[in-house]
Design a protein around this ligand. Structure first.
Ligand SMILES: Cc1cc2nc3c(=O)[nH]c(=O)nc-3n(C[C@H](O)[C@H](O)[C@H](O)COP(=O)(O)OP(=O)(O)OC[C@H]3O[C@@H](n4cnc5c(N)ncnc54)[C@H](O)[C@@H]3O)c2cc1C
Length: 216
């Protein structure tokens, strides 16, 4: 199961990123493009870490050795959450500014709603639950003047919900059993993380660490 799932994680990220690019080029959904730019960048680059890390793991010791290409892929992939705007900065941009920008939240809701409607033939309850978790987290974030530690889980939650929407469309249209198997994995094993991420976003801000705590 693991190898097809790795490949399909990549497939869905390939759908998520160019979809945002197409929207950017067409210019007809600017608010969605604004919101999805940091989300697509961060979600896809974190997914690359996960996929490359698992690829190293399934190769065992050979996966770690420089002589084999998997190690190179993992090392090359590790830069992607750092450059083109670190994912931490992308998270702060989304949770601090973009959620308050005109039309962004409505555009995201509409995008996920369209996917739910287009995928009526499959079990969309996990995606609907992810969207509800995202709504809860968004409301909690809007009550704060500073997102703090909630920014990173909120970025992942938004990405995971968008990823789930891509998968819902793929599954509804899928002819191959391989795609359907991977879609089942995404629904049952990945989307439930949304509830956990929303709980982190709603958690009270962490206490400040005294500046001198690491001294001595
Ligand atoms: C292989 C490679 C190629 C590159 N190519 C280019 C290029 O072509 N053009 C170019 O312009 N640059 C390039 N860079 C530079 C790259 O864009 C920077 O490394 C990146 O922007 C991060 O900056 P930094 O390394 O100074 O890290 P820092 O800014 O010091 O960040 C370190 C960590 O602190 C976090 N952080 C920073 N500020 C805050 C904050 N206010 N609140 C919370 N967390 C924060 C960051 O998210 C990050 O996790 C390249 C770097 C590498 C390694």
């Amino acid at each position: 199961m693991l190898n097809p799932v790795l490949a399909e994680i990549v497939t869905a990220c390939r759908a998520l990123v160019p979809r945002t690019l197409v929207d950017l080029e067409r210019g007809d959904r600017p608010a969605l493009v604004e919101l999805m730019t940091p989300v697509a960048k961060a979600f896809a680059t974190e997914a690359a870490q996960e996929a490359a890390g698992l690829a190293v793991q399934v190769h065992g010791g050979y996966g770690f050795l420089r002589e084999y290409r998997v190690e190179q892929i993992a090392r090359d992939g590790r830069i992607t959450p750092i450059y083109e705007g670190t994912n931490g900065i992308q998270a702060a941009t989304l949770a601090g500014r973009l959620v308050r920008q005109d039309g962004t939240l409505a555009a995201f809701r509409a995008e996920i709603g369209d996917a739910l409607a287009a995928a009526r033939s499959i079990d969309t309850a996990p995606l609907a639950d992810a969207l509800a978790a995202w709504e809860t987290a968004t409301a909690a974030l809007l009550e704060r003047s500073f997102p703090g530690a909630a920014a990173v889980p909120y970025l992942r939650l938004t990405g995971l919900t968008a990823f789930g929407a891509v998968w819902a469309r793929l599954e509804a249209a899928a002819a191959s059993s391989r795609l359907r198997a991977a879609a089942t994995f995404v629904r049952r094993w990945m989307l439930p993380e949304a509830t956990h991420l929303a709980a982190l976003c709603c958690s009270p801000p962490l206490p400040d660490v005294p500046a001198d705590v690491f001294e001595g």
